[in-house]
Design a protein around this ligand. Sequence first.
Ligand SMILES: C[S@@+](CC[C@H](N)C(=O)[O-])C[C@H]1O[C@@H](n2cnc3c(N)ncnc32)[C@H](O)[C@@H]1O
Length: 294
Amino acid sequence: MSEIYHPPVLLDESISMLKAREGGIFVDATLGGGGHTEAILKANPKNRVIGIDRDEEAIERAIKRLEPYGDRVSIYHANFSQIGEVLEAEGIGEVNGVLFDLGVSHFHLRGERGFTVWKEQPLDMRMDRRQKLTARDVVNELSERELADVIFKYGQERFARKIAREIVRRRKEKPIETTTELAQIVEEVIPKKLWAGRKKHPAIKTFQAIRIFVNKEFEEIEKGIPSAAEFIKSGGRIVVITFHSLEDRLVKNILRSLQGFKVVTKKPIEPSPEEVRENPASRSAKLRAAEREE
Ligand SMILES: C[S@@+](CC[C@H](N)C(=O)[O-])C[C@H]1O[C@@H](n2cnc3c(N)ncnc32)[C@H](O)[C@@H]1O
């Protein structure tokens, strides 16, 4: 797997669902390494892309990668909930499509910000490092009740209350600073017979929950997709790729609720077995899309 680029997930499917070969202006709301953006630019020489990402390292990499495309690309360091401000700054009133490829990137997981349970790193988990709140703050400062609610709501972790209780007990001895310390606490709480010998680390759900909370991921989706919808031309599309069931359910409901749109993916599109073989990180991806009717 490439160390240089985040392998873009459901790439051909995204291009087709965006109708990017037909030409137009597109927003890549989650620019990341720029893989989807580059494919949109290649799909039609007339295409323009406005790329948004909240992670400045992603922005720096994307600027380098997309340099050959000159003024066909504009790049913004922003949250995608700010899509309205971004398009206003560009003087654009309507676009042909907006892509959201949600979640963390390959670079986040390989980086040093504590996104993965598998490496010992400081508990950070911020996608945007201008933000103040870190995973360390969440783990050490939320009340037991708040922590339990976060872990349950965003991780669907049935041991949420016990994990929260143990975190609070342990942080009284000393602050919890690293991914490994947090992962070990979760390991101690969840009965070994439920996870021993399996590939999935027992703390994955807890990590997912804290990451979603730190980055206000669901608030961003709840605001970002309807804001994007306001700029879609008639016949244009919103395409969203999700990576876990909670996120997928949220997106499915938002797409269904958009006034003047019809959902064009009766069932979500999933990666082919070949894609999953080449890029195991794609295995949980689901793509949904909605089209403006009027
Ligand atoms: C899965 S990666 C996108 C990968 C990209 N499609 C590619 O092909 O390289 C998701 C990216 O979205 C960014 N992101 C997540 N939530 C965001 C938000 N609310 N606003 C802006 N960017 C966000 C992350 O920083 C990350 O770089």
